[in-house]
Ligand binder design. Structure first.
Ligand code: SF4
Length: 76
């Protein structure tokens, strides 16, 4: 995979956050909407345990570039 477009997944067990670095336009919408989850200065920068699944989904829907996506994990 192109090293400039890294795809990463972060899960809280219920929802999985998918982030594609190459699509991110650094609008900061995610950071403003869920600052506990999206912390660009930290590694890993996404902390999926820091908010409810509902909040995470609402925040990801505000990403203007499509860099953030999510899917609901299948129940075992
Ligand atoms: S909202 Fe989307 S485009 Fe904006 S900083 Fe977050 S991931 Fe990047």
């Amino acid at each position: 995979m192109d090293k400039d477009n890294i795809k990463k997944e972060y899960t809280n067990g219920e929802v999985t956050i998918v982030w594609q670095s190459g699509k991110c336009i650094h609008s900061g919408n995610c950071v403003r909407s869920s600052p506990a989850v999206f912390k660009p200065k930290e590694k890993p920068w996404v902390n999926p345990e820091a908010a409810s699944t509902e909040e995470i989904m609402t925040t990801i829907d505000k990403c203007p570039s499509g860099a953030l996506n999510y899917y609901i994990n299948q129940k075992e």
